[in-house]
Ligand binder design. Sequence first.
Ligand SMILES: [Mg+2]
Length: 448
Amino acid sequence: MPFPPPSPPGPPPMSTTITALDVHDVRFPTAAAGDGSDSVNRGDYSATYVELRTDGDALGAGLTFTNGRGNEITCAAVRALADHVVGRTMEEIDDEPVPFWRSLTADPQLRWLGPEKGVIHMAAGAIVNAVWDLRAKLAGVPLWRLLAEMPTPDLVRCIDFHHITDALTPDEATAILDKGAVGYADRRAELERDDFPSYTTSVGWLGYPDDKVRALARQAHAEGWRAMKMKVGGSIADDVRRARLIREEVGPDTLLMMDANQIWDVDEAIANMRLLMEFDPYWIEEPTHADDVLGHARIARAVAEMSGGRCRVATGEVAANRVIFKQLLQAEAIGVCQIDACRVAGVNEVLAEILMAAKFGVPVCPHAGGVGLCEYVQHLAIFDYLRVGTSLDGRMVEYVDHLHEHFTDPVRTRDGRYRLPEQPGYSVTMRPESIAEYRFPDGPAWRT
Ligand SMILES: [Mg+2]
């Protein structure tokens, strides 16, 4: 089959102008049940939800995930950036994607609040992703397909290589993407038939009592999940006990991942992993502070040595930008690259991270959960497999079974795997009734 494959027939492209940006503070009261609880977070899963209105019928939707209090700050940051997108045409943005992206990430005044990190960068991510959602909707295809079937020069043109050329050049990105076009149709047919591998984090939140963890692990195994993640970072005695009971339920052949959510010091992480090693962890996620690239590298060497190379370090869900990913890869600090769809400034920056991970031979297993993150990252993982990584070896998408009912195109799983999204866009369009119900602080869910 030629690459890219022929597009489905559709209306001819028309000029589309973004006429307005609306941002909604949407929060779900998840903290009370302990859903999503880990060693440091007890969140009410929240979305800084962005809608881009246009002069046509299309509406672009994007969000950035936050953990409850503070969502109003991300919403304010989105409003501060809105002038960079309102009034633009999609054609202008498509013609000059990096200058557009930099208008949001390198605004000469707002930049001081980052640069390229934290609230202001997450706000840029929500907007950038809404633009990509709009672009995919206008093309009439799901985002994974828009990206995977894009000509190589058009994809490379979307990436800001500033500050990463010592790890990945445009020529190297071009070579990876050209190579990834070979065999595309076969891989796509394979995913359409077999779905995309995933693992579940829903069994082992730190706030769940032992009998609930045991029941959920048993249920997940019965449902077909053969890879699961537990939270660690409580007392080490509790972590060991919980790891033992999950292992008892799921047997030796299920991959068990552990996630410390940054709570340990470097030496503490190494000491605790020595105690947890008898449960055969496949990876330790966020063992220490997210900014500690060299600390992650030390932990990676230590756990590899303890496990005969089997256990690796995973991180990325709060890695601030592509430069941190570059360092994690250059320092051999990660064996699993956990891109996040909206911690960084949206699809454009994630493309850089996926390509760098491919160059360094590290599989991408996107971070998900929260609200809307599963909906987002399935597209990125599918694109990665179809066009960049071209192997499923070590590739899985995180899955958490919360809050999907609030989206018009929720994720669908079958036997512990993600089915391919089919609707046009980036899958984070929220149901209007959910926005109305959970809008903070005046939605009915919060008034009581
Ligand atoms: Mg995590």
